[in-house]
Design a protein. Sequence first.
Length: 251
Amino acid sequence: FVMAGEATEVTVTEPVPAEEQPALRYSFLEIKEAQRVCGEKMNAAALKECGSASAAQQQIFKAHVNDLCATVFAAALRKYNPEDKQEVAPVDEETVAKLKELETKLKEKEAAVKKLRERVPRMAAADARRELEKARKRHADVLVAEPELTGDLGSELTEEQVEALKAAYVKTTSSIGITSAKLSQVMDQTTETINIVEKAMKRPKTEIDIAMENSPIKAKALLNEEEKNSLQQPSPLRTRLALQLSASKNV
């Protein structure tokens, strides 16, 4: 109580607004421990409410509880343990100058890449024309009337030039197809010839073959030096094959 005649001072503390109150902060370990305890209690409550549950159901309940706790406490971690965003001041003026120089070079490189992307189709068209000219020289049957471009290669192609390139591509493709077909025929003929030669070489000699090999057209005494030399040399493969084929037909 207060005695009479005494003056008293009453200190009234005004409430601090909520936005001016210091934010609560908790450490990462405290929040993780709260998450663990909450998970255990929620899991026990879920099993108690469901009664008898199989081992698979218990694992499912536990997974759901862990997922829920992780979601809730991730938000709590962002609120009660936020990361301090600090603006890092540059080390020195020299570093700042180097950074600006690198940024300028980067922008120049990006502009060069953009310009190169725009030039790539025109460069590809020029390369296609050069390859087509080489193909014309190699294959005389590829005859396509294409107007020569006298302007700058960087200029846009006209519709006539595009059509000429398309026609050249079609002609070249057709020529390649014809050449491939001819090559297949030649390969088949070569394989057939090889088979005939192998059969002729493996076939045993007949009496007619031996007689034809040992009977010269003229007597050796009547032959001159060239004829004797030619007689001593083995006959060409084509002649021997012809003789063997004719002999086999006669047999």
